[in-house]
Structure formats: C-alpha cells, structure tokens
Design a protein around this ligand. Structure first.
Ligand SMILES: *Cc1c(COP(=O)(O)O)cnc(C)c1O
Length: 370
C-alpha cells in the first residue's frame, strides 16, 4: 500500500532524537514503572485538559474497567453504552462483572442518541459510558445532566478524542470519570500500550489510583480497595508521551484540515461525509458512507490506497455473545454495513489527500453506473 490509512513511522520520525533522549533518560535513571516520568505526565496531561487529577494505567481498556469499578459497576449491575465503538467499553464492562446495555446512535453523528437514554436507565444502572467516537464529542451537555438526575455517574471514553473541546472545555472534563488510551494509533500515542483515567470526581479517581496497583493504599502491601489489579503506565511510555503532548494541538488541527479537504473534494458525489470539524472534533478517523462500500474499497486498493472499517461488527452482534438477547439497534447496524474510513493522519500531504479524493471520485463514478 503506497498510502496506508495511518503511518506511524512517518508520525514519529520527526521526533526521533527527542524520543531517543527521553528513553535514554529512563534507561539511565533505573526506575521503570510508576516513577517520576509517570508522575510528571499525569500532571502535564491533567493540566492540558484542565482536570483536577489523572492516573496513568496500562491501556485504554483497563482505564475504562478501573473507572467502572470505581463507579460501582460489578455483578448484578448494568452499564449503558453504545454498540458501534469497537467492543472496548463492552470488554471493560464485562471484565468488571457488569452487563452492557446498548442504546442506538444518531444517524448523522454516529454518537449516543441522548433521546434514547432515559428509557434505558433502570434501578440497576451503575454507570453510563459515553464514547467520543472518531474524535467527535458526544452530546455531553444533555447526557451528563440527565444521568445525574438519576444519580448515575458518567464515564467518558476519550480514547479517540484527545484534545477535543466544547466551549473550551476538554473531553474528559465533562463526566465524573474519563478514560484515555495511548495506543500508538491514537491522536496521542505511545510506542506501546498506555492509558489514563481522569475526571472531575477526585474521590473516585483516588480509588482508581489504588485499584491500578493491587488495591494498595499509600502504604504498599496494604490492600485498602477491593477489586484491585495490576495496570500501570511504564516510565518509557510516560517519557515518550511527555515528548509528544506539546504537539497534540497542532496534529489535531492538521487532522481537521485533512477532513475539511475531503469534505470539499467529495461534497458532490452523494456520499454521507463527516460533519465539518469544529473544536469539539479532533478528526481521529475520517469516516464516510459510500453507496457500495466493498466496490469503493477495491477501487482504493487498486490505487494503492488503504482503507478500513471502524467497526464492522456491532458489539451486540459479536459471535462470542450470540447466546444473549439482542436489542434492536437499527442505526448502529445500518452504519456498520456502510461506513468506510479513509487515510487520515497529520503527516499526510495535501497531494496525498488529493490523490485519495481523486480515487474516491472514480469509485463514485463507478457506483453511479453499476
Ligand atoms: C482504542 C480504544 C479503546 C481501548 O484502548 P486500548 O488502549 O487499545 O485498550 C477504548 N475505546 C475506544 C473508543 C478506542 O478507540
């Protein structure tokens, strides 16, 4: 593939010397897990978001699971979320011992439909996981107050929304808790796995801090918090993330520019395009809806252009859980059949974006004749 959907080598190459220096610093210090780099990154990322505190953990799914445990999710409890976000929240909900309850998404944004939320709340609802999918913020202004009217905490899944803001307020600072992933392909990515929990609820964040390390309190070897695990951010990844964080806003701006170019170049071909990206959208993925997805994919492939589907199988239709009752989620199911992700990463040149647009236009031409 001449142009892949994402190119991490190109992304990290300009920072090569700085990254090597940061990794070297960790190697020399001789302190490799939960040390000064982790502490500094927690503080720097919390300050970047405008959050009161942050807790580095092993990955984004662990961040969700530990946040869920701190929110009281467990056996006999339900957690409301969406089914179009790649199984991450569902995996965490099940790992915490709770049961996922799905609501459908809005057809244009593919984000949680707030109008369906009230009907999904029951006396056993422990939490709501609201996913800011593709870099776009869900409607936290409706969802959070509604959840709080019922006394239910909201956990924001920010794994695709690092740096997204609404009215200047960052994704991850609207709900009670929030989970981030630093998987290498994310808008802020490590050179391996990494994750973080933040939020407004400092009491629950303190519980997450204990849960990430066996339930230990300040005193090690003393287990204060039941349900603890081992899920820590290592020093090398924290040092790498500290090098990359200062570039995040510029990368996000370039991603928005790329999506704007796609919108301009594809506006007249009859595909559903992503909304014009505003401040609340960090364009993690550029997801379009062609008329004949598989044909379009093969045209792109013939032009040496990568594409992908995020995500092809909704959570409630996953084969591993075929024995469970399946809710009807028509918008989610239709989207899964039609959506297509185009290459979108900050290092893409304008020429490369134009090449993808050209190939999409050729495919759309073919769509109209077959
Ligand atoms: C990547 C991702 C996660 C999980 O992060 P990992 O670090 O891979 O565990 C969770 N939620 C969403 C929406 C993601 O995209």
């Amino acid at each position: 593939m001449t142009l892949p959907i994402n190119d991490l080598k190109r992304h990290n190459a300009p920072l090569d010397a700085e990254l090597r220096a940061a990794i070297g610093r960790v190697l020399e210090r001789g302190y490799y897990v939960l040390g000064p780099e982790n502490k500094a990154f927690e503080q720097e990322f919390a300050a970047y978001l405008g959050a009161p505190d942050a807790v580095g953990v092993g990955n984004g799914t662990d961040a969700l699971e530990l946040a869920l445990r701190a929110a009281g999710a467990g056996p006999g409890r339900e957690v409301i979320t969406v089914a179009n976000a790649g199984m991450y929240a569902s995996t965490a909900i099940r790992a915490a011992g709770a049961r996922p309850v799905y609501v459908d998404v809005q057809a244009d944004s593919l984000l949680m439909d707030p109008s369906l939320l009230a009907a999904a709340i029951t006396p056993t609802t422990a939490a709501i996981v609201v996913t800011h999918l593709y870099g776009r913020m869900a409607d936290v202004e409706q969802i959070v107050p509604l959840a709080h009217q019922h006394g239910i905490p909201v956990i924001e899944d920010c794994a695709q929304a690092h740096g997204a803001r609404r009215h200047g307020r960052a994704a991850g600072t609207w709900g009670d808790l929030a989970a981030f992933s630093f998987y290498p392909t994310k808008n802020l990515g490590a050179l391996g796995d990494g994750g973080l929990v933040t939020g407004q609820d400092t009491e629950r964040l303190a519980r997450v801090r204990q849960l990430r390390q066996y339930g230990w309190a300040a005193q090690k070897y003393e287990c204060r918090e039941a349900g603890g695990r081992n899920s820590r951010l290592d020093e090398i990844q924290a040092a790498v993330l500290r090098v990359k964080l200062p570039h995040l806003d510029a990368w996000n701006q370039r991603r928005r520019d790329i999506v704007s170019r796609y919108r301009e170049g594809l506006q007249d071909i009859g595909w559903q395009l992503p909304p014009a990206p505003a401040e609340d959208d960090v364009a993690h993925l550029c997801v379009v809806r062609p008329l004949q997805r598989e044909m379009v994919r093969s045209v792109l492939q013939a032009h040496q252009i990568g594409s992908d589907v995020h995500y092809p199988i909704p959570d409630h239709l996953q084969p591993a859980y075929a024995g469970e009752a399946r809710p009807a989620l028509p918008v989610t199911e239709a989207a899964a059949r039609e959506i297509l992700s185009l290459p979108c990463f900050p290092e893409m040149s304008d020429d490369e974006v134009a090449t993808v647009i050209q190939a999409c236009r050729i495919a759309a031409q073919k769509e109209s004749t077959t």
